[in-house]
Ligand binder design. Structure first.
Ligand code: FES
Ligand code: CO
Length: 343
């Protein structure tokens, strides 16, 4: 299924942290996840820390996620072979001496960590650490997860959609944009290693839920400043502010399940409107992501073409241009891409 052109590079992406689940979903019961075409089993060890291994028993290829955790080991559901957190098989019950295990009996174990309410996995030594988002960790902000949003598209398409200003009035009229105000204010993208930074300032939409908070404080809608950090390949930190202490952090990360599948996770932090129920925020996000999904899943090619000659870019597409260029410059997109498909 690999198409001609320049697409996401599998080898380089293996050396990045990616989310594989909301942390709340991962317990001491093994769970299955797919990352870059690799089947994973994810669970919590005896000390509560997340673990990730290949979801394929070396004996007969059974999914280890069907098994269970005993002590700090994973037991295969088929013949009861046991695996340690490092992926080494530690016991084969069928043998006279179960502890006499051939050295070959091991599966790949991967780095895993829990942060920002998500479980992250890197298949190879990660090139960059996770972004720093103190607002989500200081304990003062209200945190609400939204999603996961499973889309039949490349993670890069999902990320580009999140940063695409031009579509707001068209796809989300009355929610994120106003068709009477389609012009994207000018902005500049600064590239800092694997991080793109840009900000956009616009008057607060009069229909915004947030507007009543400010209504008594100033005449007319306040200006809303949106500061973006796009951490390549697929994580975005968006900070919204109105010039005072009140703020909102919008954390988004897309899990590259396979070349044509992704899962988006949203974690929203805020220090105002603290009594708004989580459900209201989650339903709003479900609506927005649902509106986007229809459009993005229709895009062809399915995967973002990182070759800048492909597609037509205008000035307000500066984020997508910088994203595609930097993905290439850093080797995250390359022409030797492997056509990874979902199982
Ligand atoms: Fe896992 Fe046999 S398939 S123990
Ligand atoms: Co949208």
């Amino acid at each position: 299924m690999s198409s001609p052109g320049v697409f996401a590079n599998l080898t380089a992406q293996r050396a990045c942290w990616h989310p594989v689940a909301f942390a709340s979903e991962i317990t001491d019961r093994p769970a299955h996840a797919d990352l870059l075409g690799e089947p994973l089993v994810v669970w919590r060890g005896a000390d509560g820390t997340p673990r990730a291994m290949s979801d394929l028993c070396v004996h007969r290829g059974t999914a280890l996620s069907l098994g269970w955790v005993k002590g700090d080991e994973l037991v295969c559901a088929y013949h009861g072979w046991r695996y340690g957190a490092d992926g080494r098989c530690t016991a084969i019950p069928q043998k006279e001496d179960p502890a006499a295990v051939p050295a070959k009996a091991r599966v790949a174990a991967y780095r895993a960590q829990e942060r920002y309410g998500l479980i992250w996995v890197a298949l190879d030594e990660p090139r960059w650490p996770l972004p720093e988002v103190p607002e989500l960790e200081d304990g003062e902000w209200i945190i609400v997860p939204a999603g996961p949003y499973r889309w039949r598209c490349d993670a890069a398409r999902q990320v580009e959609n999140f940063t695409d200003f031009g579509h707001f009035p068209w796809v989300h009229p009355g929610l994120l944009g106003d068709p009477e105000r389609p012009v994207v204010p000018p902005y500049q993208v600064e590239t800092d290693g694997h991080v793109l930074r840009y900000q956009i300032v616009r008057p607060e939409a009069p229909n915004s839920d947030d507007f009543p908070v400010f209504a008594n404080e100033q005449a007319g809608p306040p200006e809303r400043r949106s500061r973006y950090e796009l951490h390549l390949p697929y994580t975005i930190v968006l900070r919204l502010g109105w010039g005072g202490q009140r703020g909102m952090v919008y954390f988004f990360a897309s899990q590259p399940v396979a070349a044509d599948q992704c899962v988006g996770y949203v974690v929203i932090g805020r220090n105002y409107n603290t009594d708004q129920p989580d459900r209201v925020i989650q339903e709003f996000e479900d609506t927005i992501f649902g509106q986007d999904q229809v459009v993005v899943e229709s895009q062809r090619p399915e995967r973002v073409p990182f070759d800048l000659a492909a597609e037509l870019h205008l000035k307000f597409d500066a984020v997508a241009v910088a994203y595609r260029k930097t993905m290439r410059d850093l080797g995250l997109a390359a022409s030797d891409a492997i056509g990874i498909t979902a199982k």
